[in-house]
Design a protein around this ligand. Structure first.
Ligand SMILES: [Zn+2]
Length: 226
């Protein structure tokens, strides 16, 4: 049996060698990026702009090169095979000073919610898939306490002003909960103009939250002009 399994695994490896999810080059480990793509991922930094009422915004990567490709595959092709590569990027930054500081100051995390229709269509909330197990390792709960009150059109083609209009009051608490004194971390996959996270932060503030942090997997921090 063992021999047969090894033979089978050998055949699979030969027919379908593991490939980098970004550039499709053959790699050693299935679902992981190649060294070249790994190197191109631009890592963590802090947003300097004011995203009030958010207290601090961190991004794990820049939204370009490999991380953009991986996130697009996850969101638009529903390809869950890119998750190990995304999680590896997160794991690599788990001891980063800025992230440690932020996570230590956090009581619990909240994912940016999807509208029910979008959730049904995609089958998962990509932000929960990316951050869930990683936050659990840090003993932080990911709590779905916000809901999206209406479906919004896809935002990536919209500029800042339109986004603000479309997203105004698009989020609400699922239940009445008093968050006074709580420090809440919003996690999001892609942080562009910050409008989505700011709207979520407003609701959390209204619920009494004392501090709001944002950890985005990827962001261009508005470097794409719109
Ligand atoms: Zn590659």
């Amino acid at each position: 049996m063992k021999f047969l399994r090894q033979l089978w695994e050998g055949i699979i490896f030969f027919l379908f060698p593991p490939r980098c999810p970004v550039c499709r080059q053959i790699v050693d480990e299935r679902y992981q990026m190649c060294i070249d793509c790994e190197k191109k991922i631009m890592r963590l930094d802090v947003a300097q702009d004011n995203y009030e009422p958010i207290d601090k915004v961190l991004r794990v990567t820049k939204y370009r090169e490999g991380s953009r490709e991986l996130l697009r595959r996850l969101k638009f092709d529903n390809d869950l095979n890119v998750l190990p590569a995304l999680k590896k990027i997160l794991d690599d930054s788990i001891n980063n000073e800025e992230i440690v500081k932020m996570l230590n100051a956090t009581d619990f995390a909240v994912p940016v919610p999807l509208h029910q229709d979008r959730l049904k269509e995609r089958g998962f909330n990509q932000t929960e898939e990316i951050f869930g197990t990683w936050l659990a390792k840090k003993n932080l709960q990911l709590r779905n306490i916000l809901t999206r009150t209406r479906a919004t059109e896809k935002l990536y083609s919209l500029g800042r002003t339109e986004r603000e209009k479309v997203l105004r009051n698009a989020f609400a608490p699922i239940e009445n909960e008093n968050l006074s004194g709580k420090k809440v971390l919003i996690v999001d996959d892609i942080f562009t103009t910050g409008t989505t996270c700011k709207e979520c932060a407003k609701v959390l503030k209204q619920m009494g939250a004392e501090k709001i942090f944002v950890l985005a997997f990827a962001s261009d921090f508005g470097e794409r002009k719109n």
